[in-house]
Design a protein around this ligand. Structure first.
Ligand code: RP5
Length: 311
């Protein structure tokens, strides 16, 4: 996983993790990194360093695609770290080699929203994803437009704000995209982000919108957030090989979904493009294990984008 092998340069190399789920491993000797604690004055998005578990326990985390209070998640554990035994909320995907928050703002889950827009290129017939080239330490990395859910914001609000900041200009096509092109939640849960630590991790809602031919043609590429994004562009969905954090996993899911859209389009060309995701999930894949996986596309019909606040 990236959260055990990659790290922003300011973290240096991560300590060895061993069995990621064995928090009581006596050999585990993680580094403590809390860059956020050094910021003066403390930014509004950051927890105070002494935030208590009592304060964290009511915050929401994803368990099997559903938001639950941290206190009901089972992530609280007595952790054997270098300063002795302490009770902490721990990264649900296991040890990372780093304690503290790293460069994340909140202890526990840090909530984001990712907007996954696809279209059919009417000239080539190819299915395309609306991606950004994210500036990561001076290098361009392909990613879906995305960002943190800000205080007081709902996930749908974040999705639209981030799409407009990172990928397209506001016009009627954007409003139509959000009002009539929403297909479903492709993923909701923990993200394999290189900033994650044992005590702070990214979670997201990755929501898919498939633009009709007309809306897809009318979306105008534009980047406001030029500090973080080098450019936005439509990319052939079959030609992407690697992406930021867990983004490639969602693109792979959408390849299957676009195949389903194409089959429906050819079979019933005059009907609406709306089809259910379940239509193209192979029945042999729909077993109980898949359904219990966090973020599984197979649970899509049971999930909604949360309108409630995530914290
Ligand atoms: C990832 O970080 C999420 O999937 C999302 O794409 C992104 C949000 O963080 P920022 O890019 O806004 O810092 O984990």
């Amino acid at each position: 996983m990236k959260q055990q092998t990659l790290a922003p340069p300011c973290y240096g190399a991560r300590s060895s993790v061993g069995d990621p789920q064995n928090w009581h491993d006596p050999m585990y000797d993680p580094k403590h990194i809390d860059e956020t604690a050094l910021l003066v004055p403390r930014p509004a998005w950051a927890d105070p360093t002494d935030v208590s578990n009592e304060e964290l326990e009511t915050r929401k985390t994803h368990v099997n695609m559903k938001l639950k209070p941290l206190r009901d998640s089972g992530y609280l554990c007595t952790f054997n770290d270098r300063v002795g035994l302490s009770k902490r909320y721990l990264n649900p995907k296991g040890k990372t080699g780093i304690t503290g928050r790293g460069i994340l703002g909140k202890f526990g889950p840090n909530h984001a929203a990712d907007v996954l827009v696809t279209r059919r290129n009417t000239q080539t017939g190819v299915y395309e994803a609306l991606l950004v080239e994210k500036n990561i330490e001076g290098e361009s990395c392909l990613a879906w437009p995305a960002g943190m859910v800000e205080a007081g914001e709902s996930v749908p609000e974040t999705l639209k704000r981030e799409l407009l900041e990172e990928a397209v200009a506001q016009n009627e096509a954007v409003d139509l995209l959000f009002s009539i092109c929403k297909r479903g939640v492709v993923f909701a849960g923990h993200v394999d982000d290189w900033r994650n630590t044992d005590h702070a991790w990214m979670e997201t809602n990755a929501v898919h919108f498939h633009a009709t031919d007309m809306i897809g043609a009318q979306l105008k590429l534009s980047v406001q957030d030029v500090g973080e994004i080098n450019r936005s562009r439509w990319v052939d969905i079959d030609r992407v090989r690697s992406m930021y954090a867990s983004h490639m996993d969602w693109l792979r899911i959408l390849r299957g979904i676009c195949t389903g859209i194409e089959k429906t389009r050819i079979a019933r060309p005059t009907t609406s493009l709306f089809i259910s995701y379940a239509t193209f999930v192979p029945p042999n894949k729909r077993n109980r294990d898949d359904e219990s996986n966090e973020g599984s596309v197979y649970s899509i019909l049971r999930s909604n984008i949360p309108r409630q606040r995530v914290e």
